[in-house]
Design a protein around this ligand. Structure first.
Ligand code: XMP
Length: 513
């Protein structure tokens, strides 16, 4: 792999993604990992990420010079560039000129910037600057505040840039990174969707052997792709369980039962637990309590389904549980290889720790966009592969007040209209998701036809986001909002107002609950 050493930059994961976009497999490692440990993994190259600190700050993470003696290609970015310069005998100084944001780069020869536009914008964020490149390096770009804005030593396969090539604001950054990987480091681009599928299928087949596996499908992309990979590896020794808790949106169950099965041919058991969930949620208005009840009931239903399947299979146990854990979850929980734990099963509401399964997590190395591409490669339908996030507790947390079957029907109808119109307007890729929320305990007076109404409002919550940690409300075109509003108030009898949520996150969350 290409190892991205994380110096505390918020960009390390993004760098790993960009390296993968250049079709080279990459992982993030903490800067505290000793060089010997890094070299044990036989890295094809090492990328030193940016970091918040100055190389002169107390406790600033340094680069062990041993890293440069192993014959491994190294690329330094921002802080990593300066740390590299310093470790190899160059000079890093406080120049007094800070550069933050868009900066003009003046390239001058070299491999990284060859034949790129003469002056082009890059994204900078630095106070210190490299004023003298280490011996053996050619200086191949400068900027106002950085006398050495890029350098390379193609002999030793070292290079670096002061700016951030990984961000979209550096329009040629991806090309520069690609040139380092392919042209300077000499790595062959082999990380393709087809190779990911092939490799994972082989691994899964090896892990499961002739055992049996079970997978909870949520309708979301992660569990669907994980299951499809496992199915490809072990065929009908995989059984998927889809729990219909009655809190799904219109058409979701059919999507899984019909589209998913016809695309994969997977064994699917649907458990209709609608009544059970409705009974358990009767009279409950507190959102946290709703979540707990939904999670608890889900586990019970799933466990029972597993017992039933086991009995039907003549008592043979399902030893393996398939989960759709993604790479960002693995990095965030500080885990490396083999730190599987059940708690990451957020898609299906958290299975208990005492379930005796061995985990199969074929997406542990992948980012979300890679998972979607794998899904497409496996022939999964667009409706599943491009699906926007939807919370495990479903519509249960989008009804403010008690959840009843009647209220769910109202919300499902309104939600279906909003989704239809957003899709028709071609906005699905622009918005992260658009929860529709029923304010079930609020009524207001309206007028429809000649009569007075006393109905409920629904809230539209369209948001744009990169990762759901922060979000902004999406400026939807007025004509789209108008169509949604007109249709909902005309077609859903109990709703007489449609309101728009214009709060960012923070302070608001995406869901209302
Ligand atoms: P909030 O409301 O916290 O939501 O801003 C952030 C993102 O997480 C989704 N979400 C969930 N996803 N299980 C899930 O799988 C859950 O219990 C859950 N609750 C919230 C939400 O839709 C948004 O994308």
């Amino acid at each position: 792999p290409v190892l991205v050493i994380d110096f505390g930059a918020q960009y390390a994961q993004l760098i790993a993604r960009r390296v993968r976009e250049a079709q080279v497999y990459s992982e993030v490692v903490p800067h505290t990992a000793p060089v010997a440990e890094l070299l044990e993994r036989d890295p094809a190259a090492i990328v030193l990420s940016g970091g918040p600190s100055s190389v002169y700050a107390d406790g600033a993470p340094a680069v062990d010079p041993a890293l440069f003696e192993a014959g491994v290609p190294v690329f330094g970015i921002c802080y990593g560039f300066q740390a590299m310069a310093q470790a190899l005998g160059g000079v890093v100084e406080r120049t007094g000129t800070r550069e933050y944001g868009r900066t003009d780069l003046a390239p001058d020869g070299g491999v990284l910037h060859d034949a790129l536009p003469g002056r082009h914008p890059v994204w900078m964020s630095h106070g210190d600057a490299v004023t003298k490149a280490p011996e053996g390096f050619a200086v191949t770009a400068t900027s106002q505040g950085a006398p050495v804005a890029a350098f390379e030593d193609t002999e030793r396969r070292f290079a670096g840039v002061q700016y951030h090539p990984e961000v979209g604001h550096s329009p040629h950054g991806q090309e520069v990174l690609r040139r380092f990987l392919h042209d300077i480091a000499g790595i062959r681009p082999q990380w393709t969707t087809a190779s990911i599928v092939e490799e994972q299928v082989a691994r899964i087949a090896e892990q499961i052997g002739d055992g049996k596996a079970i997978c909870g499908l949520s309708g979301g992309v992660d569990s669907a792709v994980a299951a499809a990979l496992v199915q490809r590896a072990i065929g009908d020794r995989l059984t998927c369980v889809f729990v219909d808790h009655g809190l799904l949106r219109s058409g979701e169950r059919a999507q899984v039962e019909r589209d998913y099965v016809s695309a994969t041919g997977v064994n699917l058991v649907t458990v209709d637990a609608r009544e059970r969930f409705m009974d358990a949620l009767a009279g409950v208005t507190d959102p946290e309590q709703k979540r707990k009840i939904i999670g608890r009931e889900f586990i019970r239903v799933f466990e029972q389904a597993e017992l039933d399947l086991q009995a039907a299979a003549g008592g043979e146990k399902f030893r393996f549980l398939v989960q759709g854990t993604l790479y960002p979850d693995v990095v965030e929980s500080g885990g490396g290889a083999g730190t599987a734990n059940i708690k990451s099963h957020h898609n299906v509401g958290g299975l208990p720790e005492d379930l005796e399964f061995e985990l199969v997590e074929p997406l542990r190395a992948l980012f979300k966009d890679e998972v979607r591409r794998v899904g497409t490669e496996l022939g999964l339908p667009e409706t599943i592969v491009q699906r926007q996030p939807f919370p495990g507790p479903g519509l249960g947390i989008r009804i403010i007040g008690e959840v009843t079957a009647e209220r769910l029907d109202i919300l499902r109808s309104a939600d279906a209209i909003a989704r239809e119109e957003l899709t028709a307007a071609g906005l699905d890729r622009d918005i992260w998701q658009c929860p529709v929320v029923l304010l079930a305990d609020v009524r207001s007076v309206g007028v429809q036809g000649d009569g007075r109404t006393y109905g409920h409002p629904v809230v539209l919550r369209p948001v744009s986001s990169e990762d759901a940690m922060t979000a902004d409300w999406t400026r939807l075109p007025y004509d789209v909002l108008e169509r949604i509003s007109t249709r909902i108030t005309n077609e859903v009898a109990e709703v007489n107002r449609v309101v728009l949520d214009v709060t960012s996150k923070p302070p608001g969350t995406i869901e209302w609950e």
